[in-house]
Structures are given as C-alpha cells and as structure tokens.
Design a protein around this ligand. Structure first.
Ligand code: CP
Length: 283
C-alpha cells in the first residue's frame, strides 16, 4: 500500500464498486482525510458526512442516522464519535463493516496501528523497546489504544504526566506510571507526546500552559537523556510550544509527519481487509 502511494498514478482498481461512508461526529484533519485518500487510492467511492452538516443537528439519533446510511447499501462505515462505544454499538446492528475512527476517550485503533507501523519501520522489532507516552493520558483514546498495542507487541510502556491527567488504575492495561517526565524520557526508544485536550476537560487540571510546557513538555535538553536513536512521535494536532517545542517537533528525531504518511497506507490495508481480498474469510 505504501508503494502505491509513491507511484505517479496513485490508484489501483482493487475496491472498484465499493462504497465507503466517512461519518465524523467530531472534527478531524488527519484521520478523515487519510481514510478518504485511502478509499480513493483503492478506487472505492467515498462520501464524507459531518454531524454539523447532517440531520443530526435536527435531532436524528445516531442509530436512525446509521440505519438510513445503511439503507443506501454502503460496504464500510467509518465513524468518529464523542461517545465511547458508538462504533461498537453500530457494528452490532449494521450489516456494513464498521471501522472506529476514534470514540470519545476510549480508543483510536487505526492511530495505534499506524504508530506501530511507524515504529516497526525504524526499529524492526518491538521486543525490549521502552515507549514513553507523555501528557494528558486521562482524555486520550490514542494513549489507551497504544498502551494495548505496544505492550501486546512486546514493548515496555511507561506513562508520564501531571497526576491530574493520569487516571487511577491505568496500570491495569499493562503500563507503568511516573509523574516525572525526565524519568520517563531517560533511555526511551520512543517518546509519544500527547495533546492537552482542552475540549474534553471539565476542570482546570494544570495552572498555565507555560508551566505545563516547563514541567511536562518535551524539549532538546530533555531529549539528551533518551536513546541515541529515539523516535519522537505525536498523533496530532500539536499544541506547539506546550507539549513540545518547535525545535523538537521539527527536529531530526521527529517522525510526526511520517506517522501521517503511514496512516494512508495503513487505512488502505484496512479497507482491503474488510471490503476486498479477504471478504470470505470467516474471521
Ligand atoms: N490523530 C488524529 O486523530 O488526528 P485528527 O483528529 O486530525 O484526525
């Protein structure tokens, strides 16, 4: 799939005649665009729908909206929703394949897969890797999916951030916790910084952005303690100067834009699996 995206003509006929609906209840730049590009590169017909321009604003329920979309016989529905479990609920009532494009604070599985793809490209294997996930863990579906994904693949995951942003019991997913970013970064092979999700916060969880950047942000000085070939990652969107300074975000260790590039190939592969070549395989 990566190679297709590098051709002068970036299109193959694999999913010709398939219909893919992108139903996004929350804003998105990377996920929505890359799903759309992925569908088009495989010659599927994709249609994009936002909550703000759909009949959701007139009071139609999620289930009614989904059933009406299904009445048009799509093959795949990609959904992003502010409620945890919305994609799972739709998958249980619809015939179309449902892909989770991010649900509330619960999960962002395709982000996890593209992050794994990015790390594997550089590191080859996950065994023995130390992966530090730093920032607003509480509100992060990316953190939850990546804790599960990276530990499943054999990496050690350490979480760091303000105590107000690390939920009690998160260790049960298989990660360890520290409140010191310096401890987390020391000898890390991968550092994944997370955005402060102001839109999901119902309380003031840190005094000021300036103080957050000083105590919990990633900068050149902090990186000195990491592995020599450390990868700096961020799922985006980035609050520049808060969780990470520009020198680090745009520096030689950063693979942030490669994560975005890999997202297209990863989502092409996913469409292929659910709507293409392996359609008749039972699992
Ligand atoms: N990583 C990610 O989910 O970004 P978007 O919100 O822009 O899709």
């Amino acid at each position: 799939m990566t190679e297709i995206s590098e051709r002068p003509v970036k299109k193959v006929p694999t999913l010709r005649g398939k219909t893919i609906v992108l139903f996004f209840h929350e804003p998105s730049t990377r996920t929505r665009t890359s799903f759309d590009i992925a569908a088009k590169r495989l010659s599927a017909d994709s249609i994009s729908l936002s909550a703000s321009t759909s009949s959701v604003v007139k009071g139609e329920t999620l289930i009614d909206t989904a059933r009406n979309l299904e009445a048009m016989n799509p093959d795949v529905i990609v959904i992003r929703h502010s409620s945890a479990g919305a994609p799972h609920m739709l998958a249980s009532i619809l015939k179309a394949s449902v892909i989770n494009g991010g649900d509330g604070m619960h999960a962002h599985p395709t982000q996890c897969l593209l992050d794994l793809m990015t790390v594997r490209k550089y590191k080859g294997s996950f065994q023995g890797l130390r992966v530090a996930i730093i920032g607003d863990i509480s509100h992060s579906r990316v953190a939850r999916s990546n804790i599960i994904g990276f530990t499943k693949m054999g990496a050690e995951v350490v979480l760091a951030g303000p105590p107000t942003m690390i939920p009690k019991g998160i260790e049960s997913l298989g990660a360890s916790v520290t409140y010191s970013v310096d401890d987390a970064v020391c000898n890390a092979d991968v550092i994944m910084m997370l955005r402060i999700q102001k839109e999901r916060q119902r309380a003031f969880l840190f005094p000021t952005e300036r103080e957050y950047a000083r105590v919990y942000g990633l900068n050149k000085k902090r990186l000195e303690c990491a592995a020599d070939d450390v990868l700096v990652m961020h799922p985006g969107p980035l609050n520049r100067g808060v969780e990470m300074d520009s020198v680090t975000a745009d520096g030689p260790y950063s693979v942030i834009l490669e994560q975005v590039t890999n997202g297209v190939a990863l989502r092409m592969a996913l469409f292929y699996l659910v709507a293409g070549g392996l359609r008749n395989v039972d699992d």
